[in-house]
Design a protein. Structure first.
Length: 121
């Protein structure tokens, strides 16, 4: 599927607008960034063989692990959405929006300290 970066960004906004209220509130606590592909280093760190195995990534300290005594200088929590893998597995705009929404919810689960097997999606 060929989609311009601008159109993909609009689809991201549509997906975020469809988040259930409790996840929408959490989404306001993190930066959501669109990247073309996951880096080779990230794939290696996660022991993934293909960039198509990673649609999004949470980076940050989960809120259940933060404290008042957290060291200064920590980068803010962020979610990366990987445009290339999502467009390669989806055939329609509706599929992209659905996949992005599910990916954001999954990564927000990591933000609140859930493991992969505890995710709501």
């Amino acid at each position: 599927m060929i989609v311009s970066p601008e159109e993909f960004d609009r689809w991201i906004q549509e997906a975020l607008a469809e988040l259930p209220p409790r996840f929408a509130a959490l989404a306001n606590e993190v930066s959501i960034m669109v990247e073309e592909e996951p880096s080779v280093d990230i794939l290696k760190d996660l022991e993934l063989e293909s960039e198509d195995d990673l649609l999004g990534l949470y980076q940050g300290v989960p809120i259940d692990q933060t404290s008042f005594f957290q060291p200064a200088g920590e980068l803010p929590a962020r979610i990366s959405i990987y445009r290339g893998p999502i467009l390669r597995i989806c055939r329609t705009k509706a599929e992209v929006i659905h996949e992005v929404r599910d990916t954001v919810v999954h990564e927000l689960g990591h933000h609140v300290g859930l493991d992969d097997d505890e995710m709501p999606y």
